[in-house]
Design a protein around this ligand. Structure first.
Ligand code: ADP
Ligand code: MG
Length: 246
């Protein structure tokens, strides 16, 4: 049964850009309800890993299975799968000329075919959940970076994803806004949402994630329980990385 399989199974995935190997035999299981933090130096392949999970990048070899279904190459199945994987990037990419409410309801209405009144009601619920109940009529340009990123999270959630992928969701934010976004992600974790979070916030990786994955040069070098990883990394590469970021 699907209870026995992880929600996401990444097996021996390699991704090459020309001669350059960005992912080098990466295998990772993500269980239902698990929060996995991915850490590692710039250029280690973290974004590429995120992008392969919903086929923003095709993989060179290996396989990725989401909820029992291998990632399709194209077509309607790919669109369906993308809808099941919520993605939040460093830059929020909101539609600048649409209201916050429209930003959240457009895809559910147009891609999912959800009736407008239902989509609007759900958007208000989600705005409440990310602490922006009073911002529905604003345009993205009127929001702070932290507010805009919380709208981006609400927008992803509006598609009822099976998993949320976050690629450095706080890296573009002013320091005082980082925690408001991390708190929303932490609240989501508490509701049992399955998440892969690429982050430079070591406190978040240590305190919120169930598991930490350390990448270097396109490989997963170490993974495990955060408390163990941060206090006693096993590899020289991880010790080296931690000495720079902690
Ligand atoms: P990270 O997110 O850990 O900083 P990335 O996954 O963005 O790392 O990139 C890993 C490596 O792959 C980097 O050296 C980057 O230059 C390279 N890379 C990423 N995307 C492309 C691309 N579209 N074409 C060529 N090289 C790329
Ligand atoms: Mg990156």
């Amino acid at each position: 049964s699907s209870d026995e399989l992880p929600l996401v199974r990444i097996s021996e995935v390699t991704k090459r850009f020309g001669d350059f190997t960005a992912l080098d035999g990466v295998s990772l299981d993500i269980r239902q309800g698990e929060v996995v933090a991915v850490i590692g130096a710039s250029g280690s392949g973290k974004s590429t890993l995120c992008r392969t999970i919903n086929r923003l990048e095709t993989i060179t070899s290996g396989s990725i299975i989401i909820d029992g279904t291998p990632l399709p190459e194209e077509g309607a199945e790919l669109a369906q799968l993308r809808a099941e994987v919520g993605m939040v990037f460093q830059s929020f990419n909101l539609f600048p000329h649409r209201t916050v409410l429209d930003n959240i309801t457009l895809a559910p209405i147009n891609v999912r075919g959800i009736p407008k009144d239902k989509a609007v009601a759900r958007a208000h619920e989600l705005l409440e959940r990310v602490g922006l109940a009073d911002q529905a009529a604003k345009r993205p340009g009127q929001l702070s970076g932290g507010q805009a990123q919380r709208v981006a999270i609400a927008r992803a959630l509006a598609m009822d994803p099976k998993i949320m992928l976050f690629d450095e969701p706080t890296s573009a934010l002013d320091p005082e806004m980082i925690n408001e976004v991390l708190d929303v992600i932490g609240d989501l974790a508490a509701t049992g949402m399955t998440m892969l979070v690429v982050t430079h916030e070591m406190g978040f990786a240590r305190n919120v994630a169930d598991r930490v994955v350390f990448m270097d040069a396109g490989q997963i070098v170490e993974e495990g329980d955060p408390a163990t990883f941060f206090t006693s990394p096993r590899t020289e590469r991880a010790r080296d990385f931690l000495s720079k970021v902690l």
